[in-house]
Design a protein around this ligand. Structure first.
Ligand code: BES
Ligand code: MN
Ligand code: ZN
Length: 497
């Protein structure tokens, strides 16, 4: 999808050289742009809506062809509801419906939807939102369909219309930022949807290396031999049963001042999670290809900030491994030494995410980070607690937690805070090693976070459990690209501060 922003005054809409115009009805009330078009069509627009019984409910659409006095062959009316200001969720629904209602042959489209009042969002934010929502709506994953579906939304040239020339410069910047979010999020979705026979650890490393090709990001890849030499035995214990080497990938983006401490993002990159010797049940196991969505979100964010030329130092680290059972796999009861020197008794090989993360989290101490945020599809317990709506947020640091919560709120990619109190730590006691890799049957997402807390004492740290939010099952099955918007908003705010 090609995106642009342009000034189209309301009294010029009727002559605009687009094949389709998108306008809104706020309930039965026409938006300002729609009102102008209605006048240009001598009331034909309103008459057609009345005849169709159009109510203007949020997301409801009506296509009107060949309106008298309007050059565009299609006017797509989308309902926005009659509330004084719509919220961000409704805003996304309205734009998604409009994009999905565009017929295939419409290639040059102008949307006036940025004129709608969205609670808490100024014009520039609405432009960013519109851009990223349109990109999300046009997302398809059909790389493996030999008969391509016929939808061509991806080819649309979409112009976001604004009415005032004075707003154009800022609007263009806002558009670029929205495009960067949408592009980063769709990239993360692509990676999450890739099957695990394609997207094994080396594939994620290749993706990272490709991001460094233009010289704007330094990328370092470490394989088994180097990881062993460094002492990252806990990470290696997870890939021990796999034919694929583990990979620790570090992407360094230096958009800020040389002396500024970097924000470090650490992603769980289990390219397939069978559970290992603690084998998972068979039903729905295919979905465990998405156990690398933490890593995918880090790659998506790095791609986006590079596109946006964000003025901040950011380091992205992904810890990649495939968790397989085999004669060389780690067994329950095995004890390994982590990079930190602490020993771990692996009581359950299916609690592998924390095993790759703990070594990566120790590794990043060397960057003297301003803050570290890890992102992981870490626990089924988090899905039980928060479902598919909120990402689980764990942090001993109130300021950092609040910053992330607020960023998620602003872009409607929300997280909800859970405790990482020391009171839970005793659940991880092991009779044979410094720590066990599982707690008891209770508070599973919290004990997982508490495990990580033992490796993150050297810096400000937060953990995002995205087991519920990174993936949708059922009709909309596939990767969501969350929490790319949350992370990018968090970084944008840090860069602006
Ligand atoms: N990747 C899973 C967590 C998961 C479950 C993600 C469902 C998405 C959907 C993780 O590696 C795992 O298996 N966790 C175990 C931990 C348990 C053994 C302590 C779990 O949640 O059951
Ligand atoms: Mn697992
Ligand atoms: Zn896992």
């Amino acid at each position: 999808m090609d995106l642009a922003v342009a000034v189209i005054a309301h009294d010029h809409l009727a002559e605009a050289a687009h094949t389709a115009l998108v306008i809104a009805a706020q309930g039965t009330r026409l938006s300002p742009a729609a009102t102008a078009l209605n006048e240009a069509s001598a009331g034909a627009l309103q008459a057609a809506l009345d005849a169709a019984g159009f109510e203007g409910k949020p997301g409801q659409t009506q296509t009107l062809y060949g309106l008298n006095g309007v050059k565009a062959s299609l006017v797509l009316v989308v309902g926005a509801g009659d509330a004084e200001a719509i919220n961000l969720q409704q805003w996304q629904k309205i734009i998604t419906s409009a994009m999905k209602a565009l017929p295939n042959k419409m290639s040059k489209v102008a949307s006036t939807l940025c004129e709608l009042p969205v609670a808490g969002r100024d014009l520039n934010e609405r432009i960013s939102d519109h851009a990223r929502f349109a990109l999300a709506a046009s997302y398809r994953f059909d790389a493996y369909k030999t008969k391509k579906p016929t939808t061509e939304v991806a080819k649309v040239k979409l112009t976001l219309a604004i009415a005032d020339k004075a707003e154009l410069k800022a609007a263009k910047e806002a558009l670029v930022w929205g495009q960067c979010i949408g592009t980063g999020q769709n990239f993360a979705r692509d990676l999450g949807n890739q099957p695990a026979n394609v997207a094994y650890p080396g594939y994620l490393a290749e993706m990272a290396l490709a991001l460094g090709d233009d010289g704007n990001m330094k990328v370092d890849v470490k394989g088994d031999a180097e990881l062993r030499k460094m002492g990252m035995h806990c990470l290696l214990s997870v890939s021990a049963g796999s034919a694929h080497e583990a990979q620790l990938v570090t992407m360094t983006y230096s958009g800020g001042k040389a002396k500024d401490a970097p924000v470090v993002l650490v992603g769980k990159g289990i390219t397939f999670d069978t559970g290992g010797i603690s084998l998972k049940p068979g039903g729905g196991m295919d979905e465990m290809k998405y156990d690398m969505c933490g890593a995918a979100s880090v790659l998506g964010v790095m791609a986006a900030i590079k596109l946006a030329k964000l003025k901040l130092n950011v380091i992205g680290v992904i810890a990649c491994a495939e968790n397989m059972p085999s004669s060389t796999a780690t067994r329950p009861g095995d004890i390994v030494t982590t990079l930190s020197g602490q020993t771990v008794e692996i009581l359950n090989t299916d609690a592998e995410g924390r095993l790759v993360l703990c070594d990566a989290l120790t590794y990043v101490e060397r960057f003297k980070p301003a803050a570290v945020v890890d992102i992981a599809t870490l626990t089924g317990a988090c899905v039980v607690a928060l479902g598919k709506v909120a990402t689980g947020l764990f942090s001993p640091k109130d300021e950092l937690a609040d910053e992330l919560l607020a960023a998620g709120q602003r872009v409607d990619d929300r997280a909800w805070r859970m405790p990482v109190w020391d009171d839970y730590q005793e659940l991880l006691d092991s009779p044979f090693a410094d720590i066990a890799n599982i707690g008891g049957p209770t508070a599973g997402s919290i004990t997982a976070a508490c495990y990580l807390a033992r490796f993150t004492k050297a810096y400000d740290w937060a953990h995002l459990d995205i087991a519920g939010t990174a993936w949708l099952s059922g009709a909309a099955k596939g990767s969501t690209g969350r929490p790319v918007p949350l992370l990018l908003e968090f970084l944008r705010a840090r860069a602006a501060a």
